[in-house]
Write a protein that binds this ligand. Structure first.
Ligand code: UTP
Length: 287
């Protein structure tokens, strides 16, 4: 089994980032100098992915523009001798083979992933949610791919979250293989307190086999009336092996204002161009 393709669902409304997300896709909101989705595409590329499908929707053409060439801008930068910027802008369009598809009706994450079937065919593929940004030594998607390829099955990225937060995520029933790797037995999306399976939750990264599509195609609307990827994963893990990896690294949900601010500060601190300035600035704040 070899994972060479990735799917980035980025079609959602982004209601938690309104009013900014009314006119700017939340995936394009700037975090430490780059749009959020830049970090996600980079993680996929750094994980050995060659082909990427980004699922967008109305009002999100800025994502396509960002990963395209920009001839007028590039010739202006060339004329003014701004070679470093020119190279950086040009290289963004060459990061990966990126194609786009539109989800015309926003019926949920599972419905979005269904749009990838013609792109992936029966091959296994990675899914990186468009607003979950990771900071890790080894890219999180690479960590999942290594386990999916080794055990030849799906592998989802999990962390143990606080009991007060589990109702915002999917909750998993798991059996340990090692202290970080688990067999997945059952999943439930956004459980009420009496339905929580454990505090392990999937945080925005998956490697899935092509078998997921048969369950997505037959899925009934679940939590919130949406086609939930979690429901299809629950059916898939009844049919074939599925792993959960407690990945190494930190995850920021840039789709809400606090997660966005955490990501902005942490990624700026990791960026040598601005980290010293930011540290000095924060030291000087009277709180
Ligand atoms: P979220 O629920 O985090 O994103 O979905 P959202 O719907 O954009 O945000 P809120 O809740 O309204 O603030 C998780 C991921 O699934 C994608 C989103 O773009 C995000 O990356 N998604 C969600 C789709 O692509 N299509 C959908 O119909 C729903």
């Amino acid at each position: 089994m070899k994972v060479k393709k990735a799917v980035i669902p980025a079609a959602g409304f982004g209601t938690r980032m309104l009013p900014a997300a009314k006119a700017v896709p939340k995936e394009m909101i700037c975090i430490a100098g780059r749009p959020a989705i830049h970090y996600i595409v980079k993680e996929a590329v750094d994980s050995g992915i060659e082909d990427i499908l980004i699922i967008t929707s109305r009002g999100k053409t800025a994502i396509e523009d960002y990963f395209d060439y920009s001839p007028e801008l590039e010739s202006r930068l060339e004329m003014s001798g701004k070679t470093d910027l020119l190279n950086e802008v040009h290289e963004i369009a060459e990061m990966a083979n990126i194609t786009f598809i539109r989800q015309k009706e926003l019926k949920g994450l599972g419905h979005a992933v269904m749009h990838a079937k013609s792109f992936t065919g029966d091959e296994p593929f990675a899914v990186l949610l468009g607003d979950d940004i990771m900071r890790s030594d080894v890219p999180v998607t690479k960590q999942l791919i290594e386990n999916a390829e080794k055990y030849e099955c799906s592998c989802v990225g999990v962390k143990c979250v606080d009991s007060s937060d589990i109702s915002k995520y999917s909750s998993l029933a798991v059996e340990p293989i090692t202290d970080k790797l688990f067999d997945v037995k059952k999943l439930i999306e956004k459980p009420t307190p009496d339905k929580v399976l454990s505090n392990y939750a999937i945080l925005g990264r998956y490697v899935l086999t092509g078998d997921i599509y048969s369950f997505l195609e037959n899925a009934e609307p679940g939590f919130g009336g949406e086609i939930q990827l979690t429901d299809a994963l629950n059916a898939l893990c009844n049919k074939e092996r599925m792993l959960a990896l407690e990945f190494e690294g930190e995850r920021f949900d840039s789709g809400n204002i606090c997660g966005y601010m955490e990501a902005s500060i942490q990624l700026a601190l990791a960026n040598p161009e601005v980290s010293e300035w930011l540290k000095n600035y924060m030291k000087g704040l009277t709180l």
